[in-house]
Design a protein around this ligand. Structure first.
Ligand SMILES: CN(C)CCSCc1cc(N)cc2c(=O)[nH]c(N)nc12
Length: 373
């Protein structure tokens, strides 16, 4: 019996996309789902109440960051991550693999694990699959990601093949080290870069490890969108239909819709909150860079079609003023809007799957947002 169980509700007759429900110890999640990212135990600039208000069903946090600060033992002492950050819905934690590999020259990979220096104070550290599991077990997240290597892009075949094979060996060690299987679900991560035969090999090896869910890693690492869609096209069909499929690190509006059409159920991305802090909003008519002078006397909302707290109460002129004055409220308001925009988009996607019209919805949305089909 797993801690997390996926229920396939319906498949869209027009696109093949899936409508599902993910049952977790902290509640049920309607999929396809976008997961706001809260790397350091907070979705930046947002309170848990505000996240619930805009419809967040689950949030992400990060093993590497919380291990480095404040330490997983402190979070455990606080009663676990849910209690520590006052979030009583599901939490997914990434394993830290991606983060330690992003440290570049500061890290050394061995079969045992990864030696690296802290991005905070340069101190030496070591994370192994076992350590990544110990940390996530201490955090108490509902879904824990296996410790993997996300190969860089581009990367040569030899490197990608050796890396995916080590990721498989690490996955087996993660499963071996997993305590608390009743309350926490371990997801495996399929790698293989942009090579079809290596994706097939990684899928075969990772799916041979019986787990409640699986992710597609190694994408959204700088490759062209078309290449990501191509890899998805031949990877998702290899995955079981009765388990959730999580595409890691993906989150622009077009990528979410294209990913759902290719059979993905779960997504995460820092994009909505990151661009918010740079003063950029996602709106139904495309991006609005609100710091732009043309909005100085624009007394209309960020998005005329949006019913979020920001769009109901503030104008572009006011938000531009806050951005120019580097006021904290600018980040709060634009983050609220951008997250609401993506969560609302996924709600419309789920509705379109229910009505067997997701391809029509894509055409309508792309036309308005200014995307090319
Ligand atoms: C908070 N986010 C920035 C981090 C969560 S998603 C990170 C993330 C993003 C991408 N693109 C690929 C991978 C991958 O292949 N493996 C792992 N473990 N994480 C990944």
């Amino acid at each position: 019996m797993y801690a997390v169980r996926y229920e396939l509700i319906k498949t869209c007759k027009q696109s093949g996309a899936r409508l599902g429900r993910l049952h977790t110890p902290h509640g049920v999640i309607e999929t396809p789902i976008f997961m706001p990212v809260g790397t350091q135990a907070t979705v930046k600039a947002m309170t848990p109440e505000e996240l619930k208000e805009i419809g967040s069903q689950i949030i992400l946090s990060n093993t590497y960051h919380l291990y480095m600060r404040p330490g997983h033992d402190l979070v455990k002492e606080a009663g676990g991550l849910h209690k520590f950050m006052n979030w009583d819905k599901p939490i997914l934690t990434d394993s830290g693999g991606f983060q330690v590999f992003s440290l570049g020259p500061l890290r050394k990979i061995t079969e045992e694990g990864v030696n690296f220096r802290s991005h905070i104070d340069g101190s030496k550290h070591f994370i192994s699959p076992e350590k990544a599991m110990e940390i996530q077990n201490a955090l108490g997240s509902d879904i824990m990601m296996a410790f993997d290597e996300c190969a860089p892009y581009p990367a040569d075949r030899e490197y990608v093949k050796n890396s995916l094979e080590r990721t498989t060996r690490w996955l087996k060690r993660c499963k071996e080290a997993h305590k608390n299987t009743e309350n926490q679900a371990l997801f495996g991560i399929i790698q293989g870069g942009m090579y079809k035969d290596l994706r097939e090999q990684s899928a075969k090896e990772v799916l041979a490890v019986d787990l409640p869910g699986y992710a597609i890693g190694g994408l959204s690492v700088g490759e062209p969108k078309k290449l990501m869609y191509e890899v998805l096209e031949y990877t998702t069909p290899l995955m079981p239909v009765d388990k959730p499929r999580y595409l890691m690190g993906v989150g622009s509006p077009d990528d979410l819709i294209e990913g759902v059409i290719r059979g993905v159920d779960m997504f995460d991305c820092v994009l909505p909150t990151r661009i918010a802090r740079n003063g950029t909003a996602m709106t139904s008519e495309g991006k609005v860079v609100v710091r732009n002078a043309k909005y100085a006397r624009d007394f209309t909302p960020l998005d005329p079609e949006c019913d979020c707290y920001c769009c109901k109460n503030y104008t572009r002129a006011y938000i531009r003023h806050l951005v120019k004055a580097n006021e904290i409220l600018a980040s709060r308001l634009i983050s609220t809007h951008n997250l609401h925009f993506l969560l609302k988009l996924m709600e419309q996607v789920r509705q379109a799957i229910m009505e067997d019209r997701l391809l029509d919805f894509r055409a309508e949305f792309f036309q308005k947002y200014g995307y090319e089909l």
